[in-house]
Design a protein around this ligand. Structure first.
Ligand code: AMP
Ligand code: ZN
Length: 485
């Protein structure tokens, strides 16, 4: 299987797929607790608006293949969104696509990652960002990550970003240097609280300061000017000069546009805490005078061999690498769910292999169970909800799946229960005979079943051999023949 591109599923922006058709029962009495990085503690979730949740998720910088660590960040937010839906909330989620302004260094220095890649590959910056945005969308689909309500590109929101910088300028928080417009962080008494930054201890020069015009080491760019000696592919006019927005501005501007000035939950990876999210808070709260996000949630890093993923170490894996080695992307999702999102996780091919075997055997057990119209077991659903509502305790939720397999209740009830649980987990637990099987193969299966009914064993066996030669294994169960790749 090659992960291809499918532009039709996502447009920009996309209305949310109403996948559950209101299928969840509203049950607002269930308490949800989330670990809030801002307060450094688990807090009971209280929505801004009854029954609704607004989530903003920092999205990918689309200049390269997303690695499996990046994808952990989106499996995490997908579980967060599904948990809210499981509890009956209507979720509005924005994921942004950073297609401009993310410089090589998070401290506003170096070349724009997209422009640099475009030059290396002799393609236009727009071609690069389109290609990797599509790849990202395809990765989301492969991992059963539901489409966000809105997937918004930074380059589609330049006007909103300029307006936000102008707002900060009018309030007196900006200053201009020869290379851009900066936010003066010394004007905020609370700057850096999210990351518990020790501002007084940050003497200029401690962080190697390449820009002598910056007034404080923590000041950050709101607008950068195009270099005088080089024509940028992506640049816009502003009254400060031709240039492009600073990386942090897009998230504040798009969150406010689509979700309002205060949102419920803001998510990202732990690497976003000290700079990107710190600066989003500074500029958003200065502009509006309101709290920007009520809960800040951060996913811990996925490592390989205990270290950072990097191209030079040869341990930068993509979802395509996983597929090329014969693994189901959902086995990777299962592996991620066996750990808490807030704990570091070390990826190994052995652990993925184990996850694939476990997931397959779980699916096989469920597949064997009769499919009648039973009601799910409410006590199991309740227990499951208490686990995922407790700061997304997916390891406990996964353990509950296995306990449920072993329960001595009707298999039809078990199957109905798993169908409900899988709405929150997205592991493709309920497989049907038709899943992934081409029409030509299905015809052969039907033909073989007919031959067996007529007790034409030899001919039926020839069909089985034909199926096997095409890579399909047939298994005869009480409910009929089952075909597997
Ligand atoms: P980027 O495309 O670099 O902006 O990153 C996209 C998302 O992936 C961000 O939320 C990062 O915080 C997150 N991220 C980057 N590396 C990892 C990793 N190894 N494990 C988990 N999340 C990561
Ligand atoms: Zn962001």
């Amino acid at each position: 299987m090659v992960l291809g591109f499918d532009n039709q599923i996502f447009n920009n922006p996309i209305p949310i797929a109403e996948r559950y058709n209101g299928g969840y029962k509203m049950n607002m009495s269930n308490e949800i607790k989330l670990f809030d990085t801002f307060e450094r503690k688990k807090r009971v979730f209280v929505p801004l608006e009854h029954g609704k949740v607004k989530i903003y998720t920092c999205g990918p910088t689309v200049y390269d293949y997303p690695h499996i660590g990046n994808l952990r960040a989106y499996v995490f937010t997908d579980i967060l969104r599904r948990m809210f839906e499981f509890n009956g909330y209507k979720v509005t989620q924005v994921i942004n696509v950073t297609d401009v302004g993310h410089l090589r260094s998070d401290a506003d220095e170096g070349e724009d990652k997209v422009e640099a890649r475009a030059r290396e590959q002799k393609r236009s910056a727009w071609e690069i960002t389109d290609f990797f945005t599509n790849l990202f969308k395809q990765n989301l689909i492969s991992l059963n990550i539901g489409s966000p309500t809105i997937l918004s590109k930074a380059t589609d929101h330049i006007t909103e970003q300029i307006a936000l910088v102008e707002r900060l300028e009018k309030l007196g928080y900006t200053y201009k240097t020869s290379d851009g417009v900066y936010f003066d962080t010394s004007k905020l008494a609370e700057y850096g609280h999210l990351a518990r930054l020790d501002i007084d201890g940050m003497m200029p020069g401690v962080r190697v300061e390449k820009n002598p015009e910056k007034r404080n080491p923590t000041d950050f760019a709101l607008w950068k000017f195009s270099p005088k000696d080089q024509k940028r592919q992506m640049e816009w006019n502003s009254h400060w000069g031709v240039g492009f927005p600073g990386w942090h501005v897009e998230c504040s501007a798009m969150a406010m546009k689509y979700l309002g000035e205060t949102i419920d939950v803001h998510t990202g990876g732990v690497d976003h805490i000290p700079i990107h999210h710190t600066n989003e808070i500074a500029q958003s709260e200065t502009a509006t005078g309101k709290q920007f996000a009520r809960y800040w949630m951060h996913v811990a890093f996925l490592t390989v061999n205990g270290g950072k993923m990097s191209k030079s170490l040869g341990n930068f894996f993509t979802l395509q690498d996983i597929v090329d080695k014969g693994y189901d992307p959902l086995s990777f999702r299962y592996l991620l769910l066996t750990a808490k999102y807030s704990a570091g996780l070390n990826f190994t091919w052995n652990s993925l292999d184990g996850a694939q075997k476990t997931l397959s055997s779980l699916r096989e057990r469920i597949y064997e169970w009769k499919d009648t119209n039973a009601e799910p077991d409410e006590s199991i659903l309740g227990k499951f909800r208490s686990y995922i509502n407790d700061d997304l305790n997916t390891p406990k939720a996964i353990a509950l799946l296995w306990k449920t397999v072993g329960l001595s209740i009707s298999t039809a009830v078990k199957k109905a229960t798993f169908a409900e649980l899988d709405k929150a987990l997205g592991l493709g637990l309920i497989q049907t005979k038709e899943d992934d099987i081409p029409e030509t193969i299905r015809i052969l299966v039907v033909k073989r079943e007919a031959l067996r009914k007529e007790k034409k064993w030899n001919e039926a066996d020839k069909v089985r051999i034909e199926l096997e030669s095409q890579g399909y294994r047939i298994q005869d169960t009480k409910e009929g023949s089952r075909i597997k790749r």
